[in-house]
Design a binder for this molecule. Structure first.
Ligand code: SOE
Length: 391
């Protein structure tokens, strides 16, 4: 069976998720499109790079990402760094003919996203942006029902991504609060996951009307580079510096196909952990999904008789998308790992077939254009049209 050599850059939380997926993918999807071989891991901190190579089972490590891009044996470059270096690495990787898996959001700016998309297109490499939540089987089942017309024409939708890890004002000023490293705050970090899912389920966005807010204007300076995701030291003597991105965003969406909806994202919603939800209403029924109960899709079909119509729960299993590859009984439990394993499978399958999977760099660029429209609309308080992709 064909082997594909992986070079992974950025040894934080996402490196763990991707490494588990590389190991697990062939165990679920057999025969696998290729066997991933974990060749090299890179982190700017040598200790972290060395330790991660041992923990995540990479053959070698380095502190210099160029080593991966320049290595003729590497087939796939996996970018798990903060957003500000995605573009430089991805463009170099594309020019070196590597296939690229990149963490979300695709880039720091729309211009960078466009350059990444064009470099990948010019070099004919396969790309994917790691918006993994759309790969949850229940989300794919929602897509299947929509495609089959089971809920008719979509009228409206609402989507949320609510977390609380940044609600504590004493949690540190990690890169996720610094515009020059992350681009935008809750919008890019988590709002884009919902944008990806709703673009996938409902269709292209035409225009948005948004509000953003920064509730905690400064935070304690973080010691070290590790992304501590809100782990507060509760020490008021640590000097603070300004936050220059949004803590929260909320926007209305007009889709090109006439559907209308709302999207909200915040990391300051006490009590909400990974509350990714959508509810979609159509002329023939409704669908509801909550990632915190990700084995379930709630469905209501208007054609059910008056005496039995209402939401019911479908537990995903072998009869549903990816079901044969996963677990033999519905509700045994889909996790974050499974979404990443499915993502890896779809990426490798696309490479094997010489085509682009979704979401690819073009989709990532489209989502950056939507984020730009959200930021612009929040400034002007006007409906703002999403700009077209420049091919
Ligand atoms: C932090 O909000 C974060 O790690 C996001 O960056 C991820 O995309 C999300 O999957 C989990 O939360």
């Amino acid at each position: 069976m064909k082997k594909m050599n992986i070079g992974l850059i950025g040894a934080g939380f996402m490196a763990k998720a991707h490494s588990v997926a590389y190991a697990g993918m062939p165990m679920f999807f057999w025969p696998a499109p290729a066997i991933p071989v974990k060749k090299m891991i890179v982190d700017i901190n040598e200790e972290t790079a060395k330790d991660s190579a041992a923990k995540l089972a990479f053959e070698s490590y380095s502190t210099d990402w160029h080593k991966i891009v320049e290595d003729p044996d590497i087939d796939v470059v996996d970018i798990c760094t903060p957003n500000n270096v995605h573009a430089e690495i991805a463009i170099a990787a594309a020019n070196a003919g590597k296939h690229i898996l990149c963490e979300k959001p695709l880039a720091l700016t729309t211009l960078q996203a466009k350059e990444m998309y064009l470099a990948a297109k010019e070099n004919n490499v396969t790309t994917m942006v790691a918006f993994n939540y759309r790969r949850t089987p229940a989300v794919q089942l929602a897509k299947k029902y929509i495609k089959e017309g089971a809920i008719g024409r979509i009228l409206d939708f609402r989507g949320t991504y609510l977390q609380d890890w940044s609600a504590d004002p004493d949690s540190p000023l990690s890169w996720r609060f610094q515009k020059d490293v992350c681009g935008t705050g809750a919008l890019g970090d988590i709002g884009t996951h919902v944008v990806d899912m709703l673009r996938f389920l409902v269709g292209e966005f035409d225009s948005v009307n948004a509000r953003t807010a920064t509730y905690i204007p400064e935070r304690p300076v973080q010691s070290g580079l590790a992304d501590s995701l809100g782990n507060s030291k509760g020490d008021s003597s640590i000097p603070k510096e300004p936050v220059d991105v949004d803590d929260q965003c909320c926007f209305m969406v007009q889709c090109k196909n006439g559907a209308f909806g709302t999207i909200e994202a915040t990391r300051n919603a006490w009590g909400r952990n990974n509350f990714i939800t959508f509810e979609i209403h159509g002329t023939e029924g409704s669908l509801f999904f909550n990632y915190e109960r990700r084995d379930e899709l709630q469905v209501c079909f208007a054609k059910d008789g008056d005496d039995r119509r209402g939401f019911r729960t479908v537990y995903t299993g072998p009869a549903h998308p990816y079901g044969n590859a996963l677990w033999p009984i519905p509700a045994l439990g889909i996790g974050y790992t499974e979404t990443k394993i499915i993502e890896t499978y779809d990426f490798f399958q696309a490479i094997a077939e010489g085509r682009q999977p979704e979401p690819n760099f073009r989709d990532g660029y489209a989502i950056e254009l939507i984020s730009d429209a959200v930021i612009e609309s929040a400034k002007t308080h006007q409906w703002t049209t999403v700009k077209e992709i420049e091919e």
